[in-house]
Design a binder for this molecule. Structure first.
Ligand code: DC
Length: 218
């Protein structure tokens, strides 16, 4: 029997570009599973902070990663990460996690495990996956790649409106300059500036592109 090939829609972009809202809405519209890869990096960061591990101690992070069970359940067609048997969903956007997550996600052992997880879900479901390196590294073979951007002013305003203290500029700098899988626009990605668009507007543009590319689910 031929192997089933699931569809992967990659949505990359910087912090507060609107990609989470767009990816969630798009997945609901297509009936695909929504996967937020940032939630995995945040869960790992939360867990090591809980254990008192320094987010810059690569060796200790690598050791913890090797010894900790990281998984994910499906709930209402969205993936929900758990680590060491705990679901940390209420803590993923805590200030200490916001401050440490870029350093932790630069550790190659951390990237490797999250990448492996994403690829394993692609064996089972059609996915909309959001992150920083989804089109460039995790699923370079997918023809459905999008890069969502917005001006720094709009992104800062969005985070403030969510009541979050998040040093977006600092995270952008670290996420874009790290050696392992930095945030880049995949060459073939369709770029959308969401600064002056609603979520529905961005989803509409993506759906139009997907139709053009022959995705028969849309
Ligand atoms: O999407 P987010 O802002 O919740 O992601 C949190 C951090 O996780 C982000 O600052 C960098 C890291 N990340 C990453 O390195 N690669 C991904 N594919 C997704 C997130």
């Amino acid at each position: 029997m031929p192997a089933v090939s699931y569809r992967i829609i990659a949505i990359d972009g910087p912090a507060a570009s609107g990609k989470s809202s767009v990816a969630r809405a798009l997945a609901a519209r297509l009936g695909f599973v929504y996967v937020n890869s940032g939630a995995f990096y945040r869960a790992i960061t939360w867990s090591l902070l809980q254990r008192g591990i320094d987010p810059n101690d690569h060796a200790a992070i690598a050791q913890m990663i090797g010894a900790t069970q990281i998984g994910c359940d499906l709930k209402e067609n969205q993936s929900r990460v758990h680590i060491g048997g705990v679901d940390p969903v209420d803590h993923l956007r805590d200030d200490p996690v916001n401050r440490a997550v870029s350093a932790v996600s630069a550790v190659p052992e951390v990237r490797k495990i999250v990448t492996e997880k994403m690829r394993s879900y692609a064996q089972l479901h059609n996915l909309v996956v959001e992150g920083r390196d989804i089109g460039s590294v995790v699923f370079p073979e997918t023809p459905f790649k999008f890069y969502i951007d917005a001006s720094p002013e709009v992104r800062t305003r969005r985070r403030a409106a969510e009541g979050q203290r998040d040093e977006i500029a600092t995270r952008d700098r670290v996420d874009s300059s790290r050696r392992a899988s930095p945030l880049v626009r995949a060459a073939e990605a369709h770029v959308i500036d969401s600064s002056n668009l609603t979520i529905d507007g961005v989803v509409g543009e993506i759906v139009a592109q997907l139709k053009r590319k022959g995705l028969h689910e849309v």
